[in-house]
Write a protein that binds this ligand. Structure first.
Ligand code: ADP
Ligand code: MG
Length: 254
């Protein structure tokens, strides 16, 4: 089932250079879609257009057949949870309180206080990222990876049909990378969520994503299965680096 549909989508930050340049793309529910590509190729911009954080300039993003720009903020936060690459702002809250913000987003337009059920959902989300013992810790005193896992828990607590994650594995150790990718697989396969994840690690992309979209300078350079996209000729051209590509792995040629 198509969850997001993009038609001729373009976006520019400065009104001149297009960060996203005429993209057509369908993103399915029940699958993990991996967005890959070099620095500055438009991955974060694309994710922000899907989440409604940025408005398309030309073209259209549809969510479940509805034009995304016509949805209210409350409708958007009930449909899409977004884990940004960086999060500005200070966290003068505990880890658990920060995760509970995901419940405020989920309840937006209904109520502004939390119930026992909201507390349970936040605690479950903390467990899923192995952060339950951090619940009462100050959110601004965490390691980068712990902070990343807290932000993932906050998005999980939002319980949306779509989950967008921008380089969530960048600061995670191997254990937590695997834990996250397996969790996302379950959310896609069992709960039929639409998962969109930006990754630099092409081996994680190959092993866990059902579909890959390779961006290059605001365009789609290739899309399809890992087998179709992770080809030596394609990757060497887009990333401008010599590579060793086998069925099992993509490595930089030393
Ligand atoms: P990626 O996530 O693939 O590294 P981005 O989507 O963040 O790339 O950026 C795409 C392009 O838009 C880059 O050239 C980047 O410099 C530019 N860009 C990103 N954010 C801003 C911004 N807030 N203002 C102006 N230009 C930006
Ligand atoms: Mg980015």
């Amino acid at each position: 089932m198509t969850f997001f549909e993009l038609r001729g989508v373009s976006f520019s930050y400065d009104g001149r250079r297009l960060a996203i340049d005429g993209i057509d793309l369908q993103i399915e529910a029940g699958r993990i879609t991996g967005i890959i590509g070099p620095n500055g190729s438009g991955k974060s911009t694309l994710l922000q257009l899907l989440s409604g954080w940025l408005d398309v300039e030309r073209g259209q993003v549809a969510l479940g057949g509805q034009n995304l720009c016509r949805l209210s903020r409350a409708e958007l936060t009930r449909h899409v949870a977004f884990v940004p690459q960086r999060e500005e702002g200070c966290f003068s809250f505990s880890v658990r309180e920060s995760v509970l913000f995901g419940r405020y987003a989920a309840n937006e337009g209904y109520r502004s206080f939390e119930t026992e059920e909201d507390g349970r959902i936040a605690d479950d989300a903390l467990k899923l990222v192995e952060m339950e013992s951090f619940a009462s810790r100050a959110a601004d005193r965490l390691s980068a990876g712990e902070r990343q896992r807290m932000l993932i828990a906050r998005a999980l607590a939002q319980q949306t049909p779509a989950l967008l994650l921008d380089e969530p594995t960048a600061t995670l150790d191997l254990h937590h990378q695997r834990n996250l990718m397996r969790l996302l697989t379950t959310l896609a396969k069992v709960e039929l969520k639409c998962i969109v994840i930006v990754l630099h690690d092409l081996n994680l992309a190959a092993n866990y994503c059902d579909q890959l979209v390779l961006l290059d300078d605001g365009h789609i350079a290739a899309q399809g299965s890992a087998r179709d996209v992770l080809k030596k000729e394609i990757l060497e051209e887009v990333y401008r680096v010599p590579l060793v590509v086998t069925d099992q792995a993509v490595m930089i040629e030393p």
